[in-house]
Every structure is written in C-alpha cells, then in structure tokens.
Design a protein around this ligand. Structure first.
Ligand SMILES: *Cc1c(COP(=O)(O)O)cnc(C)c1O
Length: 367
C-alpha cells in the first residue's frame, strides 16, 4: 500500500536507539510489574494531562470497566454509550453488571452530545461513557451538566484538547488505550485511568490489583489489570513526542483541505473549541462503500470501521432484543457513509494530493 491507513513505524523510527536502551535497562533492573517505570510514567502522564492521578492498567477496555466500577456502577444500573464507536466502549459495561443503553451521535462531529445522551437517560442511568471518536473531543462538560457521571473514553484521542484541557481530563474520570495503532501506542497492550478525584483514584488502584490495598487482605473482587514495566519504559520515551505528532496530524488534515479533498467528501467536523490530534481521518460520502472498494487498488488505504453499529451487534442482543433501542438516525447514516482514509503524523501534501486524485477518480467512475 503506497499510502497506508496508518503508519505506526515511521514516526517512532528515530526513537529506536532510545527505546532499545530503556528496554535493556528494564531487563537489567529485573522489576517487571508495578515497579519504578510504571510509577514514573503515571506521574509524567498525570503532569501532561494536568490531573492529580493517573493509574495505569492492562488495556483501554479494562480502563473503562474499572472506572465505571470505581464510580459505583453495578447490577441494575444503566450506562449510556454511543452505538457508533469501537465495540470495547460498550463491551466494558456488562462486566460491571450494568446494562448498556445505546444513544445516537451528532452526524457532523460523530460524537455524543448532551442532547443525544439526554434522550437515553432513565431513572436507572448511573453513568455515561462519552467517546472522543477518532480523536475528536466529546463535549464532556455539557454532558456532565445532565447530572450523571461521565467516563470519558479517550482511547482514540490522546494528544487532543478541548477549551485548553487535555482529552482524558475533560471530566471526572477519563480513560486511555496504548494499543499500538492509537495516538500514543506502545508495543503491546496498555491503558490508563485519569482523574483529579483522590477517592476515585484509590478505588481504581485497589480494583486493578485484585481488590487489595496491601497484597495480603482482599476487600473485594477486583481485576488483575496492570501496565507492565517494559511498556511503561517505552511510553516514557514516546509521551514527550505526542504533541509534535499531534501537530503533524493537524497538518495532515490541512494538507487534505489544501488538496481540495473536502470538496469531494465531508471531513469529520472538529468539536467547537477543539485542537484535535486525529487518530483516524474519517470522512462522509454516500459513495463510501464504493470508495472502500476502489481506493486500495490505487494504493490508498481505506476502511469503514463501524459498518455494523453496536446496537445491531449480536453480542448486545440480551440488552437490545425486543426492539429496546432508541431511534439512532445519525448512527444508522454514519454506519453507511463513513470511511477512514490515511492519517499519520508525517502525511505530506504530496500524499494528500495522491489520495485526493484517487478519490476523484473513483467518484468519477461512480458518476
Ligand atoms: C481501542 C479502543 C478501546 C479499547 O482499548 P484497548 O486498549 O484495545 O482495550 C476502547 N474504546 C475505544 C473508542 C477504542 O478505540
């Protein structure tokens, strides 16, 4: 693929020697779980995000489950979550014992809003999972005015800001994933929970370590969910690069604009007041499926990520059967019309021109 959908290799290539040295130091040190690298990374990420606490966990899915449990979500509760997102945003809910309730998104920003969440609230709603989809920050503050706690799922949005605040720190509690293809990706699995709330942070720390504070007394059923020392050491090399990569991703967006691509397909609209670190470049077109077929033949990566939205996935039938789903018109439309095209921090104007030519050719073929 001449221009792949994402490029996890080139941006980290100049850091290879530094990463190798940190891996060697961890092996020499002999501490692999909850050691000095994890503690240092948690402190550095907390400083970067501007929050009091970061607690790292094994992946971004666990981060959501544990954050919800720390908020007191349990059996009998409902948690509102968008249907147009990655499966894990909602998969993380049933392990708490709560019921996922699917809501719609705004067609242009592709995100949940106070309005779309409000339509799904009931007296049993205990929390909302607000996703910063494809890097675009959700308006978490507006959603929190509804009076229900919000877990900000920032798995796709490390490096973005809204109103000068970092994603994962927009509300009471936020979660991140360090899966390799995310904006801040390690070389394996990893995740984190960010909060200013001392008590919530303590709950999360207990839950990630088997429900124990001291490793000898066990207060509750928790999880074995930890970031390992090797990944933390690598992430400490990558984190100082995140803002530079975010700039590169914004430049890529501008390159597409300058190339005239937005005259052919509609880009995801940034949330008002946002500086977006685009995780994916997602566009809307009524010819999305045709483009998905045609672009790879022209050497351009293209993929519809969520053609079957979550409320139609079989795994959720226990909670969506018997027509127990709200009308989700924007979700249904986006499922058909969205398409991810190449995005990475080094995507050049020449790349953007080549993608634009390929899109124009494919659409001409459709006419
Ligand atoms: C990737 C992702 C997750 C889950 O992260 P993992 O680290 O893969 O468990 C959750 N929510 C969203 C929106 C994601 O994109």
């Amino acid at each position: 693929m001449a221009i792949p959908l994402f490029d996890t290799r080139r941006p980290v290539a100049p850091l290879r020697a530094a990463i190798d040295a940190r891996i060697a130091a961890v092996l020499d040190g002999g501490a692999f779980i909850l050691g000095p690298e994890v503690a240092a990374f948690e402190a550095e990420l907390a400083a970067y995000l501007g929050v009091r606490h970061v607690v790292s966990v094994a992946n971004g899915t666990d981060a959501i489950t544990i954050a919800l449990q720390a908020l007191g979500v349990g059996p009998g509760d409902e948690v509102v979550v968008p249907s147009f997102t990655f499966y894990a945003s909602a998969e993380a809910i049933p392990p708490t014992g709560a019921t996922p309730v699917f809501c719609d998104v705004d067609r242009d920003t592709m995100n949940v809003t106070a309005e779309t969440v409000k339509a799904a609230l009931t007296p049993r709603t205990k929390a909302v999972v607000a996703v910063d989809l494809f890097g675009n920050p959700a308006d978490v503050a507006a959603i929190e005015t509804l009076g229900v706690p919000v877990v900000e799922d920032a798995a796709q949005a490390a490096g973005s800001l809204l109103g000068g605040r970092r994603t994962a720190a927009l509300g009471t509690v936020g979660t991140l994933s360090f899966f390799p293809s995310k904006n801040l990706g390690c070389f394996g699995d990893g995740g984190a929970i960010a909060t200013d709330d001392d008590q919530l942070a303590e709950e999360v720390r207990v839950l990630r370590f088997h429900g124990s504070r001291d490793k000898v007394s066990f207060e509750r059923i928790g999880w074995n969910s930890r970031l390992d020392e090797l990944q933390a050491a690598i992430l400490r090399v990558l984190l100082p690069r995140l803002d530079g990569w975010a700039e590169g991703r914004r430049a890529a967006w501008s390159n597409y604009e300058a190339a005239g691509l937005w005259e052919l397909v509609a880009p995801q609209a940034p949330t008002a007041g946002a500086e977006v670190c685009w995780g994916l470049q997602v566009v809307r077109s009524r010819h999305a499926e045709l483009l998905e077929q045609a672009l790879p033949g022209a050497g351009v990566g293209a993929r519809g990520y969520y053609r079957t939205p979550l409320h139609l996935q079989r795994a959720f039938e226990p909670w969506t059967g018997d027509g127990r789903v709200l009308p989700l018109p924007a979700t249904d439309e986006l499922a058909r019309t969205h398409l991810a095209i190449p995005m990475n921090p080094l995507l050049s104007r020449a790349d953007a021109d080549a993608v634009t030519v390929a899109v124009r050719d494919a659409l001409d073929g459709a006419a």
